[in-house]
Design a protein around this ligand. Structure first.
Ligand SMILES: C[S@@+](CC[C@H](N)C(=O)[O-])C[C@H]1O[C@@H](n2cnc3c(N)ncnc32)[C@H](O)[C@@H]1O
Length: 267
């Protein structure tokens, strides 16, 4: 049975949200694999039942802040595991990481509070397999005041949609010609971040492609290397130009930006 039918069969709201199309595009190739799949938020267990049938060879691990009676919810299947705890409880998540070592797929369908979603992502990212997938559902709460979202300040609001938008810089960290750039926690570890209606998908993976313009977060370094490899006789001239004059120029740009940021109070 395909995901659409399974979500319908178990009355999961993943069908009403049309998430089956997105899940199908990412997961259909892994159907027969032996994976560890973690879903945050179990409720009546509709999605766990669907995953349990879809991924017959995988462990389906569900967590929920509320205790769930597995027998009553008909979740007492041999590939379903349940743990009661909060996605914002670090020691609970650490225990989970110790128990399962790694997860191939993580789905956050828990509290949907922006700060909880970001906290959980930061905590669980290290336990996601090198080529793992992280799904965040119901990201509409980023715009909803009652969830701590913000409908009026779309750019600077402290929401999970903005948090994941900012990960785009992590994808391009080698392209940033700023010698003062401080390497981010996830730089080089994420292959893609995709946005859909109410859903975000992060694909983990090694991302160490060298820039054609920038070396060690400085375009002067790259230019210096290119020029000197072409013309060895002018090494001194290039040294003065790229290692001294251009670096001073970059430093002035940095100071101007700092000044601009301070004046506009946008730290
Ligand atoms: C939308 S329901 C989950 C639905 C389920 N994934 C499905 O598709 O059938 C959200 C669940 O998250 C749980 N939840 C809320 N806050 C949580 C938290 N901080 N940690 C873990 N679970 C939480 C709620 O108890 C609720 O059961």
């Amino acid at each position: 049975m395909n995901l659409e039918k399974l979500f319908r069969k178990f009355s999961s709201d993943k069908f009403t949200h049309q998430y089956h199309q997105i899940y199908h595009s990412y997961l259909s190739n892994f159907r027969l694999k032996k994976l560890n799949i973690l879903e945050i938020g179990v409720a009546d267990g509709s999605s766990l039942k669907a995953w349990s049938e879809y991924f017959k060879n995988s462990k389906i691990i569900g967590i929920d802040i509320k205790q769930i009676n597995l027998k009553k919810k008909k979740l007492n299947k041999k590939n379903i595991y349940f743990h009661c705890g909060s996605q914002t409880n670090k020691s609970f998540l650490d225990e989970l990481k110790r128990k399962y070592i790694k997860f191939d797929i993580i789905i956050d369908d828990g509290s949907h509070f922006p700060k909880d979603v970001v906290f959980t992502f930061k905590e669980l990212f290290s336990s996601l397999d090198t080529n793992g997938l992280y799904f965040v559902e119901d990201t509409q709460t980023s715009y909803n005041h009652f969830f701590g979202g913000n409908a009026f300040d779309l750019k600077y609001a402290n929401t999970h949609v903005n948090y994941f938008k900012n990960l785009v810089d992590t994808l391009n960290y080698k392209e940033i010609p700023n010698p003062f750039y401080i390497k981010g926690k996830f730089d080089g570890l994420i292959k893609s971040v995709s946005f859909y209606n109410n859903m975000i998908v992060v694909k983990k993976g090694i991302n160490d492609i060298e820039s054609n313009l920038v070396l060690n977060n400085s375009y002067e370094n790259k230019r210096y290397l290119m020029k000197t490899s072409r013309n060895k006789n002018s090494e001194f001239k290039y040294f003065i130009k790229y290692k001294i004059i251009f670096k001073i120029y970059t430093f002035i740009l940095f100071l101007l930006n700092l000044f601009k940021k301070t004046i506009l109070l946008r730290f």
